[in-house]
Design a protein around this ligand. Structure first.
Ligand code: DX5
Ligand code: ZN
Length: 216
């Protein structure tokens, strides 16, 4: 099993962020996943630029920034300046997705597109060749610690089919309810990046949890 793992900081201890990030620095995690929520696109508010900049100072892992916000276009440069290596926007939040993706890449970041659970992968047919990452939400976005939606496996199979048909090779990331029981099955369905919040930050030893998700 050779998936990458991106611990989601949303489940960290926000009173001890630097300590928790240091534990991830000392693990085999590939990215640090950071969730930005605006209270409009999702019914929750997480953090803004000052906190993201502080996270970037502490993190040795590249930041995988997941925007759950409306109108992301106006903030793309600021997310780059705050340290994002991958910037993922939601399909449902972007009227001019092609322009947004190009803007992210022009700023030197990898560009991702995320799909809510009810959004079919087929809507990506005319953009999939231009993105570096597709994020399949396997819970409804907004909160950590929710239950994985089982229907996601057939959605992943349809995504892989679309990638074959379009000869495109984005990273395939899943986010929400990823745990030790479903990680291997997800990788067998073509997932290349596992996001895991409560599974990593709720574990007594975060580095061990990362290894276990990697099947090591
Ligand atoms: C939810 C966030 C996730 C969240 C995942 O909207 O996008 O990244 O932190 O948490 P778990 O892994 O606990 O489901
Ligand atoms: Zn996320």
């Amino acid at each position: 099993m050779k998936a990458k793992v991106a611990p989601s900081l949303l489940s960290a201890d926000f009173g001890n962020l630097a300590r928790d990030i240091e534990e991830i620095n000392n693990s085999e995690a590939d990215y640090l996943h950071v969730d930005i929520m605006d209270g409009v696109f999702v019914p929750n508010i997480s953090m803004g630029f000052p906190v993201l900049k502080a996270i970037n100072k502490s993190s040795k892992k590249p930041l995988d920034v997941h925007l759950m916000i409306v109108n992301p276009d106006q903030y793309i440069e600021r997310f780059r300046d705050a340290g994002a290596a991958i910037l993922t926007v939601h399909y449902e939040a972007c009227t001019h997705l092609h322009r947004t993706i190009a803007h992210i890449r022009d700023c030197g970041m990898k560009a991702g597109v995320a799909l809510n659970p009810h959004t079919p992968v087929e809507v990506l047919a005319d953009i999939i060749q231009d993105v570096d990452l597709v994020l399949i939400m396997t819970v409804n976005p907004g909160y950590g610690g929710q239950k994985f939606i089982e229907h996601s496996y057939s959605k992943l199979s349809r995504l892989i089919k679309l990638m074959d048909e379009t000869n495109s090779h984005p990273m395939v990331e899943v986010d929400g309810g990823v745990n030790f029981d479903n990680a291997e099955k997800l990788v067998n369905h073509g997932v290349s990046v596992l996001v895991a919040g409560s599974t990593v930050f709720g574990a007594p030893n975060k580095a061990e949890a990362v290894l276990k998700l990697k099947g090591k």
